[in-house]
Design a protein. Structure first.
Length: 269
């Protein structure tokens, strides 16, 4: 017997590629009100300091850390992200468009920050090491590197079929809502994570269209031991490892968020 419902299936969804400007707009809607990690960086940085944030995005952390006695420089590869930062925060900190694997500064810093899984985006171990070697050379004696990494829980138990789905809704500035779906799969053999972000803006008023957008990229999905070896190879020591923004100790095999503070002191004595 034929299934008559087959003739009335919903049309297949179409996802459009997302422009850099639209991606920055969506990122701003999602992240500008996220503040849980700011206290971690506030408490980890000296009051009088020169700070460098790599992958500053729309500037929410750099803006929060900046003060009369604390100078902050924010670096990002996306001009659209930096324009959002300037529009949102004015001149509270310095914005520079720069590739974090080709850092060009003549000064040294008291703290260098790589928040919100930005280092994972470099994907390749050699590229990550290149970045970290440059960072190490830019840190003053007894300075610190502060960063957040995504660590797949129990990586040795994962296979290419393991997938995680997340769903969030954010209010849009002119009414309506932005629906974001995140699909993440981890391949333990290659050590890579495939991250697919799907955006469904749903404006409240016409004539704005209901369109769907998709953005995919690969992340480094290394284990804790692999990451620590990378940092050691690049000259960092004296690690403090936290599993949450409240400085709770990291639980290997359980926590997927790693907040790391590493010292540069041994190579600069």
């Amino acid at each position: 017997m034929n299934d008559s419902f087959n003739k009335h299936r919903e049309p297949e969804e179409i996802f459009l590629p997302i422009s850099a400007k639209r991606y920055a707009d969506f990122y701003s809607l999602e992240m500008n009100h996220f503040t849980r990690d700011i206290q971690f960086y506030q408490q980890s940085c000296k009051e009088r300091a020169l700070l460098l944030e790599l992958g500053c995005g729309t500037g929410r952390i750099s803006n929060s850390l900046s003060s009369q006695e604390r100078r902050v420089i924010g670096v990002d590869l996306s001009l659209d992200m930096l324009q959002q930062a300037r529009d949102s925060h004015g001149n509270t900190f310095e914005c520079i468009c720069m590739d974090m694997t080709e850092i060009a500064f003549t000064c040294q810093f008291d703290h260098i920050l790589i928040p919100y899984n930005t280092l994972n985006l470099l994907r390749n171990k050699q590229v990550i090491k290149k970045c970290l070697h440059q960072i190490h050379s830019l840190l003053k004696p007894d300075a610190t590197l502060l960063l957040q990494l995504h660590i797949p829980a129990s990586p040795e138990q994962h296979s290419g079929d393991d997938k995680i789905f997340q769903f969030q809704i954010f209010p849009m500035r002119n009414g309506g809502k932005l629906i974001k779906e995140t699909l993440r799969s981890h391949d333990a053999q290659s050590g890579e994570i495939l991250l697919e972000e799907r955006y469904r803006p749903r404006p409240a008023y016409p004539p704005l269209l209901r369109q769907n957008f998709r953005h995919s990229h690969f992340l480094a999905g290394f284990s804790l031991q692999q990451w620590l070896q990378i940092f050691t190879d690049c000259g960092f020591t004296d690690y403090l490892l936290y599993g949450d923004y409240d400085f709770r100790p990291f639980r290997d095999g359980t926590d997927s968020t790693l907040l790391l503070q590493a010292s540069s002191c041994t190579q600069k004595q």
